[in-house]
Write a protein that binds this ligand. Structure first.
Ligand code: SAM
Ligand code: SF4
Length: 327
């Protein structure tokens, strides 16, 4: 594989997150404003434009896995079709294909996703207590549908991971109930440190419930966990009674040195880092008739210029928040 995509730290893209829409049926406070401005429909990439970019990333950069995200990817009608097309194309047939979802529509969409060839699902769930859930997502009465979706995915034999963002003062009381719930169901649960990516409305350093605090909190109830090491961005821990959990400590222990991800927004901007202040705009190039070689040159240049990451740059201010970026 060409080294054209390698940055000065030797990092190359292996994982691509593709946002299918900036729209969402939830309004999580750590992710978006309560009244977001959605991108106009004609600014969203088409399925063909996304496929073209994915194929080039696979063929030229060596990307091996694709995570379809949003906004809420289950709101995107093209989701099943995109997965099926990736599975049906010899170049992309063997990719690991995943989604990250809030799972409200999962129960309904699951059969189509399984038939299309989805490999696994990350479900974002920050609370099990209904009032807490409603407050975190700024919705009402949606928790039962989310839990039904998780159950359906488990019954269908699709690997499910649960991701919970912990915001001090909002849902740290959910840590232990969620851990018990996940262990009872043999689900992988990862706690995510609250990152400064929501436009500055909510994030404060003191609202980050750190990895160290999480470990302390869990130790008080279950005994001291043993470190199992890292897998991607998550560090995993084993509890004395055999249960496990993970932590994604982006803020207190950034893993930028090993980052092999990039993100394509729903409107066609390529972000090589969550903490970059701007992305490389690809939509107008695509619509202007750019040929593959010129397009690859843009992708490779962006990849080589990958920023050092949160460890160096810290919080970022930019017009786009997590729902637009494709978290
Ligand atoms: N709507 C889908 C979902 O919630 O899973 C996919 C998009 S969402 C932007 C992807 C992930 O980003 C979710 O797991 C969410 O919890 C996480 N996320 C959003 N804002 C965050 C923040 N400020 N800090 C940490 N994680 C965040
Ligand atoms: Fe929507 Fe996901 Fe953001 Fe929540 S985290 S508002 S579900 S995009």
């Amino acid at each position: 594989m060409s080294r054209a995509f390698e940055d000065r730290h030797g990092r190359r893209p292996r994982k691509l997150r593709v946002s299918l829409t900036d729209r969402c049926n939830f309004r999580c406070g750590y992710c978006m404003p309560e009244q977001p401005q959605w991108a106009p429909k004609d600014q969203l990439l088409t399925a063909d434009e996304r496929l073209r970019l994915i194929r080039l990333f696979v063929e030229r950069a060596g990307v091996r896995s694709i995570r379809l995200t949003g906004g809420e990817p289950l709101l995107a009608p093209e989701l099943d079709g995109l997965i099926a097309r990736l599975r049906g194309d010899p170049l992309t047939a063997k990719l690991r294909l995943s989604i990250t979802t809030n799972a409200q529509l999962l129960h309904r969409r699951l059969p189509g996703l399984v038939a299309a060839g989805l490999d696994d699902i990350n479900v974002s769930l920050d609370a099990l207590e209904p009032a807490r859930f409603d407050a975190m997502t700024r919705t009402r009465h949606r928790l039962p549908a989310v839990l039904r979706g998780v159950e359906a995915a488990c019954e269908a034999g699709i690997p499910v991971k649960i991701n919970a963002v912990i915001v001090r003062g909002q849902n740290e009381d959910q840590i232990l109930p969620m851990l018990r719930w996940a262990m009872d169901r043999d689900l992988v649960l990862r706690f995510i440190e609250f990152m400064p990516l929501e436009g500055g409305a909510l994030w404060r350093r003191e609202r980050v419930f750190s990895e160290a605090e999480l470990i302390d909190h869990v130790t008080g109830e279950f005994g001291a966990p043993v470190s199992l090491g890292a897998d991607g961005p998550a560090s995993y821990y084993a509890l004395p009674d055999g249960g496990r959990f993970g932590v994604i400590p982006t803020v207190t222990r950034p893993f930028c040195g090993d980052c092999d991800r990039m993100r394509l927004t729903a409107t066609g901007a390529l972000y090589t880092c969550l903490f970059a202040s701007r992305g490389t705009e690809l939509r107008e190039l695509l619509r202007g008739g750019v040929d593959d070689e010129a397009l690859v040159a843009h992708l490779a240049a962006a990849s080589r210029a990958k920023p050092d990451g949160y460890a160096q740059t810290g919080a970022v201010e930019r017009p786009i928040t997590m729902h637009g970026l494709g978290g």
